[in-house]
Write a protein that binds this ligand. Structure first.
Ligand SMILES: *[C@@H]1O[C@H](CO)[C@@H](O)[C@H](O)[C@H]1NC(C)=O
Ligand SMILES: *[C@@H]1O[C@H](CO)[C@@H](O)[C@H](O)[C@H]1NC(C)=O
Ligand SMILES: *[C@@H]1O[C@H](CO)[C@@H](O)[C@H](O)[C@H]1NC(C)=O
Ligand SMILES: *[C@@H]1O[C@H](CO)[C@@H](O)[C@H](O)[C@H]1NC(C)=O
Length: 375
């Protein structure tokens, strides 16, 4: 796989060199003269963990359908539920706040100003293209092209190019591919799982290299979390193993994360100016699930918002089916790791965002998003 992809990488490197030659050191000198922090937009790509409410603008979907658009989702926002898969802020909200950018608008919101960045994430989005109705990665990249045109129209070609070069790009993909593979019930060997992970990472790489070729340089990645420990997946374990993490899924996530880290390391030395930051979501979330009290939390396993009977795993909130007439809502979500069967609470999102923002390097490396925004 690696050797197969290499020629493409090399081609991209040579394209990048041309860009570097055309725009020599003048940019640097100028930004020094400017004397103040330059405006850096924030662009977010991913699935429901990062979705700021794009679903409501999609064609052909039942706008009232998804759970994320009704109480208790979004209860911490004065406007009420607005499509975030939590009761409050999600990780990109905290990052944008730290970077003094305010809330980053959904890419599909009509008539909004994109100058501080855009969030393309879409609940249910995968790396692979399917007919789920979500904006998959490929469609998010096409939307990015439209936004790039918006910047050129707004600022002019050269300032737009510089702005997109200073911008910070965050990617959070992969969960759907491993959940789909696992839930398909196929018996896959370790080596085919590894090949699968390499393909998923290869596809993600193609996507962010498009942005690199368009001038983007600072890329943050959230790796794939401990999928087998999500409450929804735990609930699928048979009675003898009831409530345990699904180790096979965790193992798939780890294979993905290893492939991602390897690819980024290799690219870092191949692509001029390419900078990356990997946030170890897997490790940070696993720690909170097993050591909740260490982080000021009380419940690491059960979700705050759930069905009265926790049997039948697929009955957990999954892709926003509003089936939960008999639900339980915890008293204080700030004490829970999980809000629903898949998504984390605002309290945990805030902690995760801080780690993504400023490390430590055991969790976020080799750069942090804070460094990207200060650079
Ligand atoms: C992912 O990569 C595989 C193998 O290179 C390719 O066949 C497939 O079309 C890619 N899918 C997407 C959505 O890019
Ligand atoms: C899965 O496949 C392996 C060999 O590829 C076999 O040893 C194992 O028994 C299979 N497991 C199930 C549950 O079918
Ligand atoms: C839980 O905390 C202990 C002590 O800090 C640590 O050794 C362990 O690795 C943590 N568990 C997880 C899953 O991170
Ligand atoms: C919820 O828990 C947090 C963290 O312990 C605490 O600060 C807050 O006061 C609690 N809120 C309520 C309503 O009990």
């Amino acid at each position: 796989m690696a050797s197969f992809r290499l020629p493409r990488f090399l081609l991209l490197v040579s394209l990048a060199n041309i860009a570097v030659v055309i725009h020599p050191v003048g940019t640097l000198a100028k930004s020094k003269n400017a004397g103040k922090q330059k405006h850096k937009p924030f662009f977010v790509f991913g699935d429901s963990a990062f979705d700021p409410g794009n679903y409501q603008y999609l064609d052909g979907v039942d706008q009232k359908g998804p759970l994320a658009y009704s109480w208790p989702y979004g209860q911490h926002f004065s406007s009420g539920a607005i499509g975030r898969h939590s009761h409050g802020r999600i990780v990109p909200d905290f990052i944008a706040d730290n970077a003094n950018l305010g809330l980053i608008p959904p890419c599909l919101a009509p008539g909004v100003n994109f100058i501080n960045g855009v969030n393309f994430a879409s609940a249910g989005a995968g790396v692979f293209t399917d007919n789920s109705g979500a904006m998959n990665m490929e469609q998010q990249m096409r939307k990015f092209e439209e936004v790039r045109a918006w910047f050129v129209h707004k600022l002019g070609a050269e300032p737009a190019r510089k702005t997109l070069k200073r911008a910070v790009y965050l990617f959070g993909f992969g969960s759907k591919e491993y959940l789909s593979l696992y839930l398909s019930g196929r018996n896959t060997s370790k080596s085919s799982q590894r090949k699968y992970a390499e393909m998923v990472v290869g596809n993600i790489t193609d996507a962010f290299l498009e942005i690199y070729n368009a001038g983007g340089r600072k890329f943050g990645f959230q790796n794939v979390g401990p999928l087998g420990c999500l409450p929804m997946l735990r609930a699928t374990e048979s009675s003898e193993n009831a409530g345990a993490c699904v180790e096979e899924l965790n193992s798939m996530a780890r294979k993905h994360n290893k492939a991602l880290a390897g690819t980024l390391k290799r690219l870092g030395s191949l692509l001029p100016g390419f900078k990356h930051s990997i946030f170890d979501y897997y490790g940070a979330l696993m720690d909170r699930i097993h050591n909740a009290t260490k982080y000021g939390l009380e419940e690491g396993k059960e979700p705050c918002y759930r069905a009265k009977e926790l049997n039948g795993g697929m009955m957990m909130n999954w892709e926003g089916n509003n089936w939960m007439e008999q639900y339980m809502l915890c008293q204080n979500s700030s004490l829970y790791v999980f809000f629903d069967g898949i998504h984390t609470t605002e309290a945990v999102n805030s902690q995760l965002a801080e780690l993504m923002w400023d490390g430590p390097s055991s969790i976020t490396q080799p750069s942090t998003l804070k460094q990207f925004f200060q650079l």
